[in-house]
Design a protein around this ligand. Structure first.
Ligand SMILES: C[S@@+](CC[C@H](N)C(=O)[O-])C[C@H]1O[C@@H](n2cnc3c(N)ncnc32)[C@H](O)[C@@H]1O
Length: 250
């Protein structure tokens, strides 16, 4: 028996764990998911994040008058960095962090119809449909020379860009589809800073009247994003993004 035990010990390192039945399920799942977790591209390696771009935009407006809306607030990392009067800061989150504890849809249904924001940051639920609603509503409540930021527009791998949240990774979801719609709209301008998961910057031209949905995008996947749609988007470095924020739209 001792001899057999010794033999077993000797060959153990050469037997794949899956054959011994000893590979824990979570490890196996993790390894399989890793295959889908290979980044197709990398973000720019400068020391800026979404907060830098949003604050740069805020500084273009008058301190007493500028109105800021954040959809999806969580730990207030961005919200508390906004240098404006408390009464002009609107943070919407049904779970935590905001001063309006409700969904963004409820918020837009209940606010005064003539309220206008100068800077909006959209970072709520990352489904295509919800992000589309958030952009559409924000555009309707945006001042003429206002600017909208959208976080997480550039998923780098299948898990980040999955239609449903995977527990193992950051989740961008399919909100890149909204970027495609904005980009195709003749009266909207969009640039995406290739940093901090992709920071979208949206401005509207004076003649903008309504949002255009593209139902064909519903069935598109992360592979379509990488092979087709990513190439159509205006993805820029941080300095170009700052320049775009500074410029007023046509
Ligand atoms: C990624 S976190 C926001 C992070 C924050 N903006 C930041 O930059 O640090 C997303 C937040 O969106 C909130 N959320 C989820 N569904 C929402 C909805 N329908 N309307 C508004 N917020 C929502 C979640 O509760 C969560 O706190």
């Amino acid at each position: 028996m001792a001899f057999l035990k010794k033999i077993k010990q000797l060959i153990k390192p050469f037997v794949p764990p899956i054959l011994t039945g000893k590979l824990p399920y979570y490890k196996l799942k993790g390894d399989i998911l890793d295959i889908f977790n290979i980044n197709i591209f990398e973000y720019e390696n400068k020391s800026f994040n979404r907060i830098a771009f949003i604050n740069y935009a805020i500084n273009r407006y008058e301190f007493e008058k500028c109105k800021y809306l954040e959809i999806g607030v969580l730990h207030k990392e961005v919200f508390d960095s906004i240098p404006l009067l408390e009464l002009n800061k609107y943070g919407v989150d049904p779970v935590m962090g905001g001063n309006f504890k409700m969904t963004s849809d409820e918020f837009f249904q209940n606010i005064e119809k003539d309220l206008k924001f100068d800077v909006v940051f959209i970072d709520g639920l990352h489904t295509y449909k919800q992000c589309q609603n958030d952009v559409l509503n924000s555009l309707n409540f945006l001042n003429e020379d206002g600017v909208i930021f959208i976080h997480d527009l550039l998923p780098r791998n299948h898990l980040e860009g999955h239609s449903k949240k995977q527990a193992t990774t950051f989740w961008h979801g399919e909100i890149w589809k909204v970027a495609v719609e904005i980009n195709d709209h003749p009266d909207l301008l969009l640039k995406i800073a290739n940093i901090d998961k992709g920071v979208g910057i949206v401005k509207k031209k004076k003649q903008y009247s309504s949002y255009k949905k593209n139902d064909d995008l519903k069935s598109k996947s992360f592979d379509d994003f990488i092979n087709i749609y990513k190439n159509q988007l205006d993805i820029v470095d941080s300095y170009k993004a700052f320049e775009f924020i500074k410029k007023t739209p046509n």
